[in-house]
Structures are given as C-alpha cells and as structure tokens.
Design a protein. Sequence first.
Length: 262
Amino acid sequence: MANTDFDWELIGQRYPYYGVCTAEPFRHGPEQGFFESGETFIHRLAKKINALYGSFSPRRALDFGCGVGRLTIPLAKHSQSIVGADVSISMLREAENNCQRFRVANASFVRCDDSMSLDGEFDFVHSFIVFQHIPTKRGYAIFDRMLGLLSKGGIGALHFPLKDERPGNVRALSLIPRHTFPFSLVVNFLRGRPLNEPFMEMNIYNACTLLSILETHNCEEINLEPTNDGGRFGAILLFRKGTHTSGSSGLARLSMGVLTTH
C-alpha cells in the first residue's frame, strides 16, 4: 500500500497553497480568491446543514486534512472551537500563521495520521477534497475512526470521489505506479510538470462501502450532495449520528441534493 504522507510533507514545504487548490496562480502563494473561495463554500455548507438539521453551531469541530486552513478559518466562525488535523507539519504551520493573520483564536492544529489519535469527541466532523488523495484501504479505516470520534447527535460533512469519467488516457496516467522510479518522472513529464514534483494520488471510493460504515455507526438522515471535478464525480456525505442503540438502521432516510462546491 502506498504511503502518500511523505509526498504531502514535500508539497507542504514547496507550495502548500497549490496543494490545496491545484490552480497555477496558487503555486507561489495565496493569490486573490483563495480564502474567499473557502468562505463561500462554508457559507453554502452551513446554509445546507441549517436546512437539514437545524442550527449549525458546533461546540467542537474537526477539519480533517485542513491544509493551510482555507476551510478551517471560516468554520471557526461557526464553532466554539475547532481542531485542524493534517499529516503535513509544514501545512499546519502555515495554517497557524493564517489564523494569526485573520485573528482566529479558537482554532488549534495537530498532526494526525491514520490512527486518528485525538482527545475527546466532536459534534461536527468535516473533510473536503482530502480522501481522494488517500489510498482507499487507509481511507475507509480513517472514515470509520472519524465516525467513532463523532458524538451522538453530531453532524458530519465528508467528501469522497465515487466515479472517474475523465478521458481514458488521463485515467491511464493515474494507474501508473507513480511512486516508483522512473515512472514518476514519466508522469510528470507527460503532464508538463517539474520532474521532481511530488504526487497527489487520486483514488475512487465505493459508495456502498461508505454507506455500510455509516450504518455501522448508527448514522442517519443521510444526504448525498453531488460534486464534479473535471469528470471526477463524487459526493459530500451529510449525516447525523443517531442516538439510538447499535443495530438500528441509520439508512432509513437517504436523499440527494446539489451543493455548489466551487
């Protein structure tokens, strides 16, 4: 199983903002629109959660794969406290700097690996455009542990890619074992990128497996908000963790909506 953590630390050191939003203007820093896009996304997400589950005002929130804090910072405005978790120490340092810049005092940051060793429970767990970069076996386990950290009655908003309908030649590149020399050089060359650029691995998850994990943790009122990133189709899973006893079905209410993500 590929370990992508080393690549993400390199990305955090070299171009952390491009690692969050892969647009060329962000390769050298947070150009205009970077943080504004995070504000817009969280505003729409909060509005959707308010409509589905009532007032969105978490006491303690978790932003998994927080990167430089693009979404953590606006989430902090809705939360009493928030923890940003990421595997890259360099990303976390940049996120702390950005919180100082925007005068956010109720956010803390922690390096977090697959064990999800975090203290206490959270009544809101969030992740967006993160699991796609994690090999699925690892990702399912992290998803399961995140739901274990969610308190009863807590709300989740977690994004997963579910289908890749990009052109065949583009999909083929993603199948090359890119962490093995010299294939890594070939992929970067074909994509017109620096030969030593670290990789952002892309993975597709199985919706039935995700729903099964949700049911195991008694999650209910599940809504799938479709996303489309240039032919990679996915969904933001919005749900509430039930207060019923284990074994009751959490899939009784499943609906789909549309949430603009860009």
